[in-house]
Design a protein around this ligand. Structure first.
Ligand SMILES: [Zn+2]
Length: 127
C-alpha cells in the first residue's frame, strides 16, 4: 500500500495519484512508507466554512463521511483550537483540505436548502 502524503489515504502501490485528493505520487514514497509516527494531517486542514448549528454539523458530518471527504468538525465550544475561532458566530467550523472545499460548500448548500425552516433564526444569545 502507498500512503498519500497529503491526506493520508492508502492507495494501491501502482497508483499514480491519490484516490482521495488527487495528489500525485512522486518517487519518494519509499522513505515515508513506514513512518512510525502518525502524520498529523489535521495540520494541513483549512477552515472551509462556518456551520450554523449542531444539526447542520451532524448532517454535514454524515454527508462528508459518506463521500469519504476527510474533514473535522470543530465546535466553538471545543477549545482545542482556541484562538483560531474567536468570531464565535454559529456552531463551529468545518476543517478540511482546500481541495475538498467546493464539494463541501456544495453539500452545505444542499443541507441548508433542505432545512430552511430552521435556518432563519439561529439562537441569538449574545446580548
Ligand atoms: Zn491524498
Amino acid at each position: 500500500m502507498k500512503t498519500c502524503t497529503y491526506c493520508g489515504r492508502e492507495n494501491e502501490d501502482q497508483a499514480a495519484t491519490c484516490q482521495e485528493c488527487g495528489e500525485e505520487f512522486g518517487q519518494n514514497s519509499a522513505s515515508t512508507e513506514q513512518t512510525p509516527t502518525e502524520p498529523d494531517e489535521t495540520e494541513r486542514f483549512e477552515k472551509i466554512t462556518v456551520l450554523d448549528n449542531e444539526v447542520q454539523a451532524e448532517l454535514m458530518d454524515a454527508v462528508l463521511s459518506e463521500r469519504k471527504i476527510p474533514h473535522i468538525m470543530q465546535s466553538y465550544h471545543d477549545s482545542a483550537l482556541d484562538g483560531l475561532f474567536q468570531a464565535g458566530k454559529g456552531w463551529g467550523v468545518i476543517l478540511a483540505h482546500e481541495s475538498s472545499k467546493e464539494e463541501i460548500l456544495a453539500a452545505l448548500a444542499d443541507i441548508r436548502s433542505q432545512s430552511q425552516s430552521s435556518a432563519g433564526a439561529p439562537d441569538d444569545n449574545d446580548t
